[in-house]
Every structure is written in C-alpha cells, then in structure tokens.
Design a protein around this ligand. Structure first.
Ligand code: NAD
Length: 499
C-alpha cells in the first residue's frame, strides 16, 4: 500500500538514503579502484551523490561471489519451497518499501512518481510473486521409451547470469530478469544503467533481508564500456540477459563469441506502429491510448508507438483530438503526483530527441505541437511534440527517437497500412484499433513483431512473454514462463532397467 494521493513525496526525497556503493557478496562495497561517478537528477540537473564506478575487477569479484554461492548450493539446490518463500518475502518487502523505492527511482530517472509507484508498488512485487509461485509447480518430463529404460528430462539452473539494464524502467527491468533467474536457482550479477543505478542497489539489500544468501544477487554500477563489457566478456558468466539499444545488443554477441560462447538474450529497440482503421471510433479511449502509446514515460519506451498510421477518412478528427490531449499533458516536477510527464534522462538525450524533431521539420513533416526544450524547467525537459504529414521514408518514421514525439501518417487501404507498418528493421510491438475483429486478427497475424495489442495499447503483463522479432530481439523472451528458458538448461537422464 503506498501513501495517499495527496502525500508530498518531496518529504521522502529530502531524507531518503541514496545508495553509493556496489553490492557484492552480501555487502555494500566501494569500487576496488575507489572511482566514483556523479549521478544526476535529470529533472533538476542537480547531483544526487557519487556512485561506485565498477570496472572489470569489481565484476570479477561479483562473479566469484556469485559462483561460490551457486556452487555451495544454499540457493541453487535449496528446496523449492524455501526459494519460493524467500522470493515471496522479497515481493512483500518491495511492496512495503515502495514509497522509498519509487522516490529513489523518480529522483534518479526523472520519471513521474505516479508511474514509479505503479511500477514498484504493483508490478515489481507481482514479478517476484509470480515467479516465486512457479518454483514448486514446474515439473520435468519423462520421455516415451520401451520398458528397458526410464528417460527423465530435467531442467537445471544455468549458473551465473549477467544482467545488463537500460535506464527507462530501472527497477522493473531488474525484476523482469532477476525474478525468473533467481526462481530458476541462478546467481545473478546486475549492471544497472549508469544513469539509474539506485533502485537495483536497494533491491539487492532488500533481497538479503528477505533471506537470499550472500553472493546470489550482486549489483555492480558502472559504465557500459567498463562494467558492461566486463560482464559480456567474463568467462565464468553462463548467460547474459540484456535490455537496451540494438547497437549495444550486437556488442554482446561479439563479447560472447570472443569469450566463452555464453548464450545472450537480447531485448532491444523498436519503431512500433499504432494503426487506426476506418471503422475505429475516435473517442476519448482511443485518443488516450494513442497519446500514451507515444508519450508514456516521455516516449522513452522500447515499445513506444510513435508511428501512428491513421485511415485518411478519420485522420482530421484523430489529429485534432490527439493535439488537444497532448497539449493538456501535465509536464512538470516528477515528484508531484499530478505530473503526467517528467524529464528526459540526460541533456545529451534531450539534444538527440530535438535533433530528430529538426530532421522531421527539414524532411517536410508538419510540426503541429511542441518541438522545443521545455521553457519552464531547469532539467532535461522536452515539450510533448506532434507531427502531421509524416511519410514512411523520413528519419523520424524509421529511427527510434525515444522521446515524446507522436507522428501521424495516413493510408487509404489497410493493406498499405500493413506494408508501411512492416517496413522497418525492428519488430517489437504494434497496436491496432478497429471494430472489425476479422481485420484485427488478419493484421495481428501478419504484423512481424513480438506483441500485437488490439483496441488497447499494452505490453501485456508478467504472464505473457515480451520480446522482439528482427533487430528488436533475439529468440529469448522476458516475462511469462518463457523467461525461465533463458536461465535453465536441459539434462536427459537415461536409466537402463535390467530386471
Ligand atoms: P544502451 O544500449 O545505451 O545501454 C543499455 C545498457 O548497456 C546500459 O547498462 C549500458 O551501460 C550498457 N552498455 C552501453 N554500452 C556498452 C558497451 N559498449 N558494452 C557493454 N555494455 C554497454 O540503452 P539505453 O540507452 O540504456 O536504453 C534505451 C534502449 O533500450 C532503447 O533502444 C530501448 O528501445 C531499449 N529497451 C528495450 C526494451 C525491450 O524490452 N525490448 C525495454 C527497455 C528499453
């Protein structure tokens, strides 16, 4: 239960303890080199305090601790009921500390406190709870044989999992990966994004309090080139699960091929379409979904539906209502519960988003709303932005912007909408709005992406696998029972029966 809607989260922000050190072998420790980096609050551009800047030596210490914990079996070979109890306790502790964690997350990322409270008060505990509940309900298989044999197929934890995370949903992404990995019995080394290290560090501390043995969950804050690369190249890490950009995902395949050939699960970028067919009712529900599809989390969302493909007969009505809704978005102080959009993550990222706005202008898209730095704030704010007359070859229609930019394209034939939607190197997500279930199903089956959402913008929930086709992902999936496949390996035990 989080605090009432009228609560002022500045009170927690004023006194919250800001984690500064890495979490290795059950304790907070500085980087071996003593190096730190300055962690900024993107909404104010003010420092939040130094954080340990881990490099290969710290990653190695974390992996040694994770390996020792894995080999001693206190977690990896513990009774399923025990592991389930610990992860249920962790879910409870996250829920009980959701106000503190959400405040830390908001300070660290510029995300709105209301989104942080939802992600951390509801979704993160749901992940630990759901995977905890699966632990004592997952069975192996017995293969068909003649009576001279019994062939048993069992799943075993793969070992030490390296987890490398992005900054847009810091604790939620940590839970997406750590919950199934821990449920499978793995030890885990997390590298949070350098922009948002705080909540993963606090999670590791809570996991110890829940009863996780030392070394089973380690967190090494640091930069990609140093700590991230060291995870990718470490020969005693058995699997890497990565979420981030497609460019960096490709590095992890190289690191693997140049080290121990560890499997690499990749969840990467997207350029997802939001398709509005001729028969869709352009009501408040559809418009709210359209705006949230493009602008939720300031558009810093891998499945952001920035490309909004709207049938020409309903385009004018759609555009007018979308503009009205985007104009009304309350941009502001992330700690204010009424705020609907916070800041971009860094000054550089804000400039990147504004660069895309400029390219849209230059390539002939019509800027209808926004398009500038937000004039009212000292942090890294961008105005929510709407473009009309976007065409498929423009950069803003092809490249991931990762900012609050909604672009409207038009079509006359739904088959053209399908062609435009599919004409991308990515394949993460798509939304379709129509009253015609046959058309919806036709599009859902033909769209080349990992999730299609009909008459609602959603990524699904803990129960449903999430991941991308093409350059949005590998075959690995987060969420659902599928996520556990990343952290398990399969063993056959063939028993000869001689009697
Ligand atoms: P990023 O790729 O820049 O960074 C992700 C992580 O990789 C960070 O921890 C970073 O430190 C690390 N990293 C960076 N360079 C590295 C290197 N050379 N070697 C090893 N590690 C390195 O991504 P980001 O900017 O943090 O996040 C935004 C991206 O994440 C977007 O492309 C977005 O679409 C994607 N994303 C995807 C999903 C999904 O589930 N598909 C979810 C959220 C975000």
């Amino acid at each position: 239960m989080t605090k009432a809607e009228t609560f002022d989260y500045h009170q927690i922000a004023a006194s919250v303890r800001i984690p500064q050190n890495a979490f290795i072998d059950g304790a907070f420790v500085p980087a071996k080199s003593g190096a730190t980096f300055e962690n900024l609050n993107p909404a104010t551009a003010m420092p939040l305090g130094p954080v340990a800047s881990c490099d290969a030596a710290d990653v190695d210490a974390a992996v040694k601790s994770a390996r020792r914990a894995f080999n001693d079996g206190a977690w990896s070979r513990a009774a399923p009921e025990h592991r389930k109890g610990v992860l249920l306790k962790l879910a409870e502790l996250v829920r009980a500390n959701a106000d503190e964690l959400a405040t830390l997350e908001s300070l660290d990322s510029g995300k709105t406190i209301s989104d942080c409270l939802n992600e951390i008060g509801n979704e993160v505990p749901a992940f630990f709870q759901w995977y905890a509940e699966l632990i004592d309900k997952s069975f192996g298989k017995v293969a068909p044989t003649d009576e001279s044999a019994l062939a048993v197929i069992v799943k075993e934890p793969i070992g030490v999992a390296g987890v490398v995370l992005p900054w847009n949903f810091p604790l939620l992404m940590a839970a997406w990966k750590a919950a199934p990995a821990l449920a499978c019995g793995c030890s885990v080394v997390i590298k949070p994004a350098e922009q948002t290290p705080l909540t993963a560090l606090r999670l590791a501390e809570l996991a110890m309090a829940a009863g996780l043995p030392a070394g089973v969950l380690n967190v090494v804050p640091g930069f990609g080139e140093t700590a991230g690369q060291a995870i990718g190249r470490h020969s005693d890490i058995d699997v890497v699960s990565f979420t981030g950009s497609t460019e960096v995902g490709a590095y992890f395949l190289r690191y693997s091929s140049e080290s121990n050939l560890k499997p690499v699960g990749l969840e990467m970028g997207g350029k997802s379409p939001f398709i509005v067919l001729e028969d869709a009712v352009i009501d408040d529900d559809l418009i709210s979904n359209a705006v949230s599809a493009a602008c939720w989390n300031g558009g810093q969302n891998c499945s952001a539906n920035m490309r909004q493909l709207v049938h020409e007969t309903v385009k004018d009505e759609f555009l007018a209502k979308v503009v009205e809704k985007v104009r009304a978005l309350k941009v502001g102080d992330p700690l204010d519960q009424a705020t609907e959009m916070g800041s971009m993550i860094t000054a550089e990222h804000r400039e990147r988003v504004l660069g895309y706005v400029e390219s849209g202008r230059q390539e002939g898209a019509k800027l209808v709303l926004g398009g500038s730095k937000h004039p009212d704030f000292s942090g890294f704010y961008v105005e929510p932005t709407v473009f009309d007359a976007v065409t498929p070859e423009m950069r803003i229609a092809r490249e991931e912007i990762f900012g609050p930019v909604l672009g409207v394209l038009t079509f006359s034939d739904p088959e053209d909408a399908l062609k435009i939607a599919a004409d991308t190197e990515y394949g993460l997500h798509a939304t379709v709005f129509t009253k015609d279930i046959d058309r919806a199903l036709h599009l859902a089956k033909r769209l080349p992406c990992g999730t299609v959402s009909v008459n609602k913008f959603t990524e699904g929930d803990v129960k449903t696998p999430f991941g991308g086709y093409r350059r949005s992902g590998s075959l690995a999936r987060d969420n659902g029972t599928e996520a556990m496949d990343q952290y398990l390996q399969t063993k056959t035990i063939w028993i000869n029966i001689t009697a």
